[in-house]
Design a protein around this ligand. Sequence first.
Ligand code: NAD
Ligand code: TDX
Length: 341
Amino acid sequence: MSKNILVTGGCGFIGSNFVRFVLANRDDVKITNLDVLTYSGNPENLADLQNDSRYNFVHGDIRDEELLGKLFDECDAVVHFAAESHVDRSILDSKPFIESNVLGTQILLDAARKAWGTEKGRFVHVSTDEVYGDLPLDKPELLFTESTPLNPHSPYSSSKAASDLLVMAAHHTFGLNVNITRCSNNFGPYQFPEKVIPLFVTNLIEGKKVPLYGDGRNVRDWLHVDDHCEAILTVLEKGINGEVYNIGGNNERSNLELTHMILEVMGKGKDMIQPVEDRLGHDRRYAIDPTKIKTQLGWQPTRSAWPQALEATVKWYVDNAGWWQRVKSGAYREYYQKQYG
Ligand code: NAD
Ligand code: TDX
């Protein structure tokens, strides 16, 4: 097991849950969290670890080669979350996506290679199911497997697919020890309230309507963030060098079904739905086949069953209003204005 893990993007939604998950479940691990703190990076997400001697925060960019040189000397694995992560923002302005997701990943790979060569280290790249493109609604038997061709549609997913290819290039060309994980949509605590679940829940708490894109029939495959974190830790500990692992919980829901469930949990009526213009190039359906990670590495999702897991997540946002109110009052306001008018 790796003892000194460099986590990139650990102040974001999944990264912060991962840091907390690993420190709670492994006694002998130290984590350095490298995060530049973009709009979605929030050190408050890990405020409870401030005094934990096994946790160290470094405020910096994955594109800072000099800084990376020092950090890689002191770690034996990297789990790479840092990225621009929101599809709608990539449609408004794709440049930051290319800079962090593509260039940033390459700079990180180069630093890993220089520090570790082919003998040491592990590089786990956290990617997404969106790199496979989308699936039709009328063929429910079709799922994304690891051999589904990459066919990304948005600037976000294209930048993630580019980073996946660069990771495999570092493996084939330089022998870097790598894994790629491709997970479906996550939900849980500390998700930035631009993503659909925290956006809808916090809007409803504030008495606002929820903006549902298009006909609401688009389907997403939902997994609790802690199940994702456990899967990444499993890949870090047991993954075979050079392999890709899909992660998902076979939990497909249309956006309309999701919205109705949130409204029901929160005791609100369907009149709170505000149909809005569809997302440009809106992917119809994502659905992951997680057979490989289940059968080869023994991972199972245990925290994602609906409606309980969704109810618990809604409750977290109700109980932690201070957290998202501080987030929503910042730079996020400007973006919301641009996106939804
Ligand atoms: P997020 O936007 O909440 O967090 C991203 C974090 O990365 C932030 O803390 C940000 O400050 C940091 N960051 C961005 N650019 C950086 C840079 N140049 N240098 C250092 N830090 C930087 O995103 P998330 O939802 O937690 O997603 C994390 C990763 O998981 C992403 O790579 C994303 O593609 C992937 N993923 C997300 C989901 C999902 O449902 N959210 C599903 C599958 C995969
Ligand atoms: O206001 C909204 N209204 C709406 O109907 C928003 C923000 C979203 N939606 C729809 C669009 C999608 O079909 O809800 C669905 C989920 O949207 P997002 O939360 O933006 O997630 P998605 O675009 O599916 O991408 C997410 O999952 C894969 C993450 O943001 C990515 O980082 C991850 O790779």
